[in-house]
Design a binder for this molecule. Structure first.
Ligand code: BDR
Ligand code: CA
Length: 305
């Protein structure tokens, strides 16, 4: 079985990614760590507990992490999925925060990775604050990971939160910089443009959420606000998760040097690519380039069955 740790800022697409992993027989989620982002850290934690409850997988431990960015600049942004991060649909029986583990997310990441050295793939689908804190507390953390999969950053300088920066990287540019410059494990990045270039149709989205299952009905409920006047279905985080579950989903990667702009007036948070050869050889960063869409769609459908 593949062992996963998942670090999320649970919005709707984070939820789809988590449900994809829960539905994969060859994958075991050892824990889910929460970070601010699509909503406040409290709502992100509540959303993860809600997803696990809907999927009847409340045995999976959930850990509370960073409530704002390393510089304290941002604590959330309601860009995509409403104020609570899951479409603002009241859910009276959603589990309370007392179901969280007492241990914080960073301690949990360090402990669990040290208990399974070289065996864990870490999937990060939100701002990278928890991962940056982890490597500051234990510089050997990255070399204990088998793989790192990230949804974040951009390949052509266009952003979705600021003019030049992708949402996750823009919410904590310093954290993204630290992770991309100080992690030494093979790292695969699903950038914003990769997700756009591999977006799915709204017809597929309708088929997905109209499956006759409790999970599909739940997904239909929390996406009802989001799906208005959408021209395509982009499950951003699910691409990073799909790659972690089955690397054959990603059919082409681009190896290159990467870093993050921190002080640009317009470009703060932008992913900067360095095609210089010795930079490429030095790091182990791969930008996803193409995807087997049929495999990807099948994994999304399975996630809601
Ligand atoms: C990222 O922004 C968030 O809203 C999504 O969950 C995804 O992680 C895409 O830019
Ligand atoms: Ca996310």
């Amino acid at each position: 079985k593949k062992l996963l740790l998942v670090d999320v800022d649970c919005g709707v697409d984070d939820a789809q990614a988590i449900m994809m992993a829960l539905a994969s027989p060859n994958v075991e989620i050892l824990g889910i760590t929460c970070c601010f982002g699509n909503a406040s850290i409290e709502n992100v934690c509540r959303n993860v507990l809600r997803i696990l409850s809907v999927c009847d997988r409340t045995e999976i431990p959930v850990f509370r992490g960073a409530s704002d960015s390393l510089l304290g600049e941002s604590s959330h942004s309601f860009l995509h999925f409403g104020r609570d991060g899951l479409g603002d649909v009241p859910d009276p029986d959603s589990p309370g925060l007392e179901n969280l583990q007492g241990e914080n997310a960073v301690q949990a990441l360090l402990r669990i990775v040290s208990e399974h050295v070289g065996q864990i793939s870490l999937v990060a689908t939100g701002p990278l604050t928890n991962l940056a804190l982890a490597v500051k507390l234990d510089p050997t953390f990255p070399q204990k990971l088998k793989h790192l999969y990230i949804m974040g950053g951009n390949m052509d300088g266009t952003g979705n939160r600021t003019v030049c920066a992708e949402f996750n990287f823009s919410l904590d540019p310093e954290a993204a910089y630290i992770v991309l410059n100080q992690f030494s494990c093979p790292t695969y990045i699903a950038t914003l443009q990769f997700t756009y270039n591999n977006s799915l149709s709204m017809d597929f989205f309708e088929a997905l959420v109209n499956q006759n299952t409790l999970k599909a009905q739940f997904m239909k409920k929390i996406t009802s606000q989001w799906s208005h006047n959408k021209s395509a279905f982009v499950s951003y985080d699910s691409y990073a998760m799909a790659a972690a579950i089955d690397e054959s989903v990603i059919t082409e990667n681009l190896r290159c040097g990467v870093t993050v702009e921190l002080s640009g007036q317009l470009t703060r948070g932008m992913l900067v690519l360095d095609m210089n050869d010795d930079k490429k050889k030095k790091n182990k960063v791969f930008l996803m380039k193409s995807c087997d869409l049929e495999k990807f769609k099948k994994m999304l459908m399975l996630a809601l069955q």
